[in-house]
Design a protein around this ligand. Structure first.
Ligand code: ZN
Length: 281
């Protein structure tokens, strides 16, 4: 290992610079969204069974809720533009803009070239958790999704109910796609209710038991027409292990609501990103 140079201590002491200051980011009108949520009307619900995924559609300007029922459970969420599967949730950019975990008022951003809000978090019963002494928080955009490839790499074997496979099967069934084609649309997730962080000493991704309890929920305003898929992770509350049938696992409920009448009359679905895409040519 190279010896530390003379300027090592001075550099370690430099204060961090926020990569993407968000003061110029278009802000959601949370008062309007709160009004839309008050008096919203339920349209439908679907259950993601344990170690399986369910799909759901949410028209722009409608609300969807993910709820814990029966027992503590983590969910892995994928979102697509319902009219164009190539526009999908961009976990990495959402992390760069909002941090490792998302809370009320944060948005879920879409992939290039559209890069626009797909959904806005408008209520979260786990907002009290904050950041714990280990650096852990809930609803992360740092994990990817549990998957059978990493499982094969680390433990061998062929486990078929990781979130990656659950999401793949659910999308294939919903869109009438072959599994291999559907798999290509599955992407890094929002880890709903999952409690995670990076260890301070080794920088490793960690998980711990989610504080979620039956009755807890998180509400989103769909900014564009959405197709969603939610997997009830085989890790259950993700307090011990995932990628196996060992952990107790519970269903998750997804509900779709129409906003309170008239509350979103002046609201508009965000247009695609304004960059001209000439890339300097
Ligand atoms: Zn999972």
């Amino acid at each position: 290992m190279t010896d530390a140079p003379d300027h090592a201590a001075a550099h370690r002491a430099l204060p961090p610079v926020i990569c993407y200051p968000t003061d110029t980011l278009p802000q959601p009108d949370m008062a309007t969204y709160a009004a839309a949520r008050d008096g919203m009307t339920k349209l439908s619900e679907v259950i993601a069974p344990p170690r399986e995924a369910a799909t759901f559609e949410v028209p722009a300007g409608h609300i969807f809720r993910i709820s814990s029922i029966e027992g503590p459970q983590v969910g892995d969420l994928n979102l697509w533009n319902a009219n164009d599967l190539s526009e999908r949730f961009y976990s990495g950019k959402t992390r760069a803009l909002h941090g490792t975990h998302v809370n009320t008022g944060d948005r879920l951003w879409s992939s290039f070239p559209t890069l626009r809000p797909m959904a806005t978090i408008i209520h979260d019963t786990l907002g009290w958790y904050g950041i714990d002494d280990f650096g852990g928080g809930v609803h992360d955009v740092i994990g990817t999704r549990c998957d059978p490839y990493t499982g094969n790499l680390l433990q061998g074997g062929h486990y078929h109910h990781c979130c990656h496979s659950n999401l793949t099967r659910a999308l294939a069934d919903h869109a009438g796609l072959p599994l291999a084609e559907a798999e290509g649309h599955v992407h890094d997730v929002l880890n709903v209710f999952m409690c995670t962080g990076f260890t301070r000493d080794t920088g490793q991704y960690f998980m711990k038991a989610s504080p979620v309890r039956p009755g807890d929920y998180i509400d989103f305003l769909a900014e564009i027409d959405l197709l969603g898929a939610l997997s009830a992770c085989p890790g259950g509350d993700c307090g011990s292990e995932h990628s196996s049938d060992v952990a107790p696992c519970h269903p998750l409920k997804i509900e779709v609501f129409a906003p309170a009448p008239g509350t979103l009359d002046g609201w508009q679905s965000p247009p695609p990103n304004g960059y001209d895409r000439s890339h300097g040519r």
